[in-house]
Design a protein around this ligand. Structure first.
Ligand code: CP
Length: 330
């Protein structure tokens, strides 16, 4: 089965091929055949605008259909622990839900963010991996605790459109926020640039390290395509000669589970706001959206000529058509 839960499960060549397919589908030179007559079930444990609408449109524009379910209102409260005595608030075990949904739809897409209490728990991707374990159909991530593969494919498309196959400097810059956010998008931004073989700098204040497993994997993939990965704590220096800038907040995993420390660490770096002046040398600014304007990234950057945020959002649609064409290809 062609499940798509994590880039780490997939060969870099397959990922690059899906991106090329997305570009060809967008240009009209390739027609995806495999969505016709298929139904995608979409189960959301968290809110969404882009992911929900773009997956829905990817299916319906190419002859399939999508069914949207909210985990907080449309389905029973799910149990994930194997062997649990279900005498509390959970009503249906994921084992039963996944097997039943497998009889109704052709693939199951899941959005489930991390708890931000313990990084090693988040890295286990309990919700996505439980559905993958029990489902009898492909399971697709619509963003999990530590990764956002569909966003990553769209980001790769956007860079390919604007920079071709040039090996440019890509800076993933930490940006301020008022609430702790997961590392799924920054991990995927890193994977995006690594799979394009770019020269990557991850710039963040001390204490905001990304997960070692994603850094190590990205170093290996980037170097296999001629690129590199380094980490900097100096935003100005990192951005001074950047060509592609990805601005994004994420919470420090060293303070997961400690709300007071999380809040004080987030509050201490408001000067990392990504502004138009800071990205003056760059050609492209990316952000997955939604963005808190003038808290995380300033209007002067988001509304600048370098900003590719709306192309990037549009590319979610085309990237997902290519991804679903692959998922349904068996
Ligand atoms: N970028 C993204 O995944 O947006 P949504 O959370 O609105 O789906």
């Amino acid at each position: 089965m062609n499940s798509f839960v994590s880039f780490l499960d997939k060969s870099p060549d397959l990922i690059r091929q899906i991106v090329e397919d997305g570009l060809a589908i967008k240009s009209g030179s390739r027609h995806p055949e495999n969505l016709t007559g298929k139904t995608l079930g979409m189960l959301f444990f968290n809110p969404s605008l882009r992911t929900r609408v773009s997956f829905d449109q990817a299916m319906t524009r190419f002859g399939g259909q999508a069914l949207t379910l909210s985990a907080s209102g449309d389905v029973w409260n799910l149990e994930f622990a194997d062997g649990a005595v279900m005498d509390g608030t959970t009503v249906e075990h994921v084992k039963d839900a996944a097997k039943v949904l497998s009889r109704y739809v052709d693939a199951l897409a899941i959005r489930s963010f991390g708890d931000l209490k313990n990084l090693s728990d988040d890295l286990q991707e309990k919700v996505l991996r439980s559905f993958e374990k029990y489902a009898e159909i492909p399971v697709v991530s619509m963003e999990s605790a530590c990764e956002h593969p569909a966003q990553c494919l769209a980001d790769m498309m956007t860079i390919r459109e604007r920079h071709g196959k040039e090996r440019v400097k890509f800076v993933l810059s930490w940006a301020p926020h008022i609430k702790p956010l997961p590392m799924a998008v920054p991990h995927s931004a890193l994977l995006c640039a690594a799979h394009l073989g770019l020269d990557i700098t991850v710039a963040h204040p001390p204490g905001f390290e990304l997960a070692d497993s994603y850094l190590d994997y990205s170093r290996s993939v980037a170097s296999s395509f001629g690129g590199s990965v380094k980490v900097s704590h100096d935003q100005d220096e990192a951005l001074s000669d950047a060509v592609v800038v990805y601005g994004k907040n994420w919470a420090p995993s060293s303070a997961y589970g400690d709300p007071t420390r999380l809040a004080s660490m987030l509050d201490a770096h408001k000067d990392w706001l990504v502004t138009g002046d800071k990205i003056a040398s760059a050609s492209t600014l990316l952000h997955c959206l939604p963005v808190r304007r003038n808290l995380e990234i300033a209007d002067s950057a988001l509304d600048s000529p370098q900003s590719a945020i709306y192309d990037e959002a549009e590319n979610r649609l085309w990237a997902q058509v290519a991804l679903l064409d692959h998922v349904f290809s068996s």
